[in-house]
Design a protein around this ligand. Structure first.
Ligand SMILES: [Zn+2]
Length: 474
């Protein structure tokens, strides 16, 4: 089941505000003022009786939703400090959804501003709430068009027929969801408020086009690890290519860099090293849950590509004598798919392979922290690693020798130890670029998927949400 978090990709125009029911939080912190835009009887106004849950005393579903929303607003208010008043237009409404996939919630800034007093960069867009903080005034009030700073929509159909069936919102405030089918509302909307406060780029991640032809503050900090260029210095084609440069799109802000050293931890990796036209290449790999766990000595051998290694069913059956000859005494290169990893490993081992490099069958890198299911009965003793589809293509064009080594590298950093942004090889509009990468270890609040074990601390050494917001000016 894919539980996506989303955000509006463009600062949007006004929406009609119905029945404005405002709640205000404590002083000595920013103030989040919720504007409930739901119709009577639904969403935040749902009068269905509810039993108190996880420190949330609300007596109806609607009350519990509002209490949870104000609770998470309080977490943000304390983290941001200051005395800003941040208005949030909030509602429950249908979101893009099918029985097994769907958007939990989406949010974004209502407006964007540039060239206001105290803006650090000229001709650069800032999300409304951040622009207000820097300018020390409510900019859209000054313009005669007072708008909320943030709009947030929660999926009101969650768990109903045809929409993420079997799941339900958990309105407890205690970070203790009872089971994996419960979605923590506080944590989900905490993430969404992050987007609303400016945790996003306004650039179109599918075309590389900028919002109204100018960069946003994010583009001064996003760097492409291959070209070394910042997004602000790229043209549309370069930004479009960088948005899918998986494992190479990084964040250069100082606060996030320091936070990443404190937060991200080492994961077990079995990386593949070989030569290609640009020199020594490193392909990040995952460790298998089966077979040997090779250490620093590693395995170095020539590569044996199965004849039909481009087909997903390669090595699902005992290898033919021709196939066996191509992998005997070599590192077998085998595509994922068609049967279990352990079936393939068993067949390659029986044919005399010294190790295995599996190539993933999706554009996403899914080899970390570990892959496959252990099967002691299969008797596998050789080493296996799993690399991405993109890197698999690269491997086929390099030298015919490779080494597989255990390396200790923090999950979610590039080779310069900068935190990575999410840039899957197939662009995911609304998710690409504007999140931390899914290889981050531990899981971070601002990853594109709800993993359930994210911290709500917002700051290092548990999370990198606040460090990034500080980098852009909060
Ligand atoms: Zn998000």
């Amino acid at each position: 089941m894919n539980k996506l978090l989303s955000h509006f990709t463009k600062a949007s125009a006004a929406i009609a505000l119905a029945g404005s029911l405002a709640f205000t939080l404590q002083a000595n912190a920013a103030t989040f003022k919720v504007i409930n835009t739901d119709d009577p009887g639904v969403g935040f106004n749902d009068k269905t009786p509810a039993a108190p849950v996880g420190l949330n005393p609300g007596k109806t579903v609607g009350e519990q939703r509002l209490i949870a929303l104000n609770f998470l607003g309080g977490i943000w208010a304390k983290a941001l400090g200051g005395n800003d008043v941040i208005e949030v237009a909030a509602s429950f409404a249908p979101q893009e959804c099918s029985a097994t996939n769907g958007v939990l919630a989406s949010a974004g800034p209502f407006s964007a501003f540039r060239d206001f007093d105290n803006a650090r960069f000229a001709k650069t867009w800032y999300a409304g709430a951040l622009a207000n903080r820097l300018a020390k005034t409510d900019l859209d009030a000054a313009s005669g068009q007072p708008l909320p700073e943030i709009g947030v929509t929660s999926n009101g159909n969650l768990g109903k027929p045809g929409c993420l069936e079997g799941l339900s919102w958990y309105y407890g405030l205690d970070d203790k969801v009872p089971n994996e089918n419960s979605i923590d509302y506080v944590k989900t909307i905490l993430h969404e408020y992050g987007h609303g406060l400016g945790f996003l780029s306004f650039a179109d991640d599918a075309t590389g086009e900028q919002f109204d032809g100018l960069p946003d503050i994010w583009q001064h900090y996003m760097v492409d690890g291959k070209s070394g260029k910042l997004w602000v210095n790229m043209n549309n084609a370069e930004r479009k290519a960088s948005a899918v440069n998986n494992q190479f799109l990084a964040w250069t802000g100082f606060q996030s860099f320091i936070g990443a050293q404190q937060t991200l931890t080492n994961v077990d990796t079995l990386d593949v090293f070989f030569f290609d036209k640009s020199g020594i290449a490193l392909l990040p790999g995952g460790t298998a849950n089966f077979g040997a766990k090779e250490g620093r000595r590693g395995v170095t051998d020539s590569l044996g590509f199965l004849e039909d290694a481009r087909a997903p069913g390669a090595a699902c059956a005992a290898l033919t004598s021709t196939q066996a000859a191509s992998v005997r005494g070599r590192i077998a290169v085998i595509n994922r798919g068609g049967c279990a990893f352990t079936d393939k490993a068993k067949n390659a081992q029986a044919a005399g392979a010294s190790a295995i490099i599996f190539i993933n069958n999706t554009p996403l890198f899914a080899g970390r922290p570990a892959f496959g299911v252990d099967d002691p009965a299969a008797g596998i003793t050789i080493v296996s690693t799993l690399i991405s589809q993109q890197d698999g293509a690269r491997l086929r064009e390099g030298t015919r020798f490779a080494s597989i080594f255990e390396t200790k590298r923090p999950g979610g950093m590039d080779l310069f130890r900068r935190p990575l942004l999410y840039a899957p090889t197939a662009v995911q509009p609304g998710s690409s670029v504007s999140h931390w990468d899914i290889t981050a270890t531990p899981n971070l609040l601002m990853e594109p998927n709800a993993n359930g074990d994210e911290s709500t601390a917002l700051r290092a050494p548990k999370d990198l949400t606040l460090p990034l917001l500080k980098d852009i000016g909060w």
